[in-house]
Design a protein around this ligand. Structure first.
Ligand SMILES: [Zn+2]
Length: 82
């Protein structure tokens, strides 16, 4: 298996609430009423906290797959040169 990452980074999210580039964790805020989705957006951590305050449903977007169990836990996280 090739271990090279695709050129496009998935991590470049723009907060759909404040329009800032999301650095670090991205969060998803959803809101639905009687099964109908009213809101579904990717936000930064600040807007995530705001959403929490407003009692919206918010969750962290997990970019890494959690399928691999902890036994294969070597540190090979890609270096983000910032
Ligand atoms: Zn934001």
């Amino acid at each position: 298996m090739a271990s090279s990452l695709p050129v496009k980074k998935i991590m470049n999210h723009i907060c759909q609430h404040c329009g800032e580039l999301i650095v670090g964790n991205a969060y998803r805020v959803t809101s639905e009423d009687q099964g109908i989705a009213l809101l579904d957006m990717v936000v930064c951590s600040l807007c995530f906290m705001e959403a929490k305050r407003l009692h919206l449903h918010a969750e962290e977007i997990n970019l890494g797959s959690k399928q691999a169990s902890a036994r294969n836990r070597e540190s090979h996280r890609p270096r983000l040169g910032i």
